[in-house]
Design a protein around this ligand. Sequence first.
Ligand code: ZN
Length: 201
Amino acid sequence: METSSSTVGELNSGSRRKTRQLQKRQKKQYIDEDPLCLNFDRPCSHNSKKLCCLKVSANEVARNRKHLFKNKTYVSQNVYLSRLILPYEPQRRRPRNVLHSTAKPKTLSVTYFLINGKKKIRVQVCQKNFMAALNIGRKRLSTLTKTLFSGNIPKENRGGNRKKIAYAAKRRSVIDFIGKFPAQESQYNRMKSKRVFCPVN
Ligand SMILES: [Zn+2]
């Protein structure tokens, strides 16, 4: 029997697997589902010097939304939102009973604004109203607030094949290991096959 001195690594000419077209990640559309604000339900009735939620009429809410959703992507919307969000460190720390309290001390306070009126004045609103008016979820808002507070600008951090990067070294070492097996090419097929075999003995 012919003895082979080749290895799988030398004879291997690539994967036989059909290269599958990677499915494009379904892009979420960041569009306004309710541009006329028909589903807008004011969650509060703040009307004070500080919080002016009631001053922003439903028409003004619709206008705020229009401005936000002129930006079509997640990042550009966040950039727009960053003008309406002002995170700051709370100045006054109320004494807490550290022994009996399990709550973490608050490290971040946020002021929210909506644009109001023809002069486009920023008026302060509460968080609930801000979220309802602009149809922003709590998680998105929290991420954005933390980004802004740390002095960064909104950018795309999502996506990517994290597992492939994490296991790249392992994958490489397994491929190298298999590559060292002795191998011979198929004797049966006249067509050049990419398949290689380990000898019987
Ligand atoms: Zn309010």
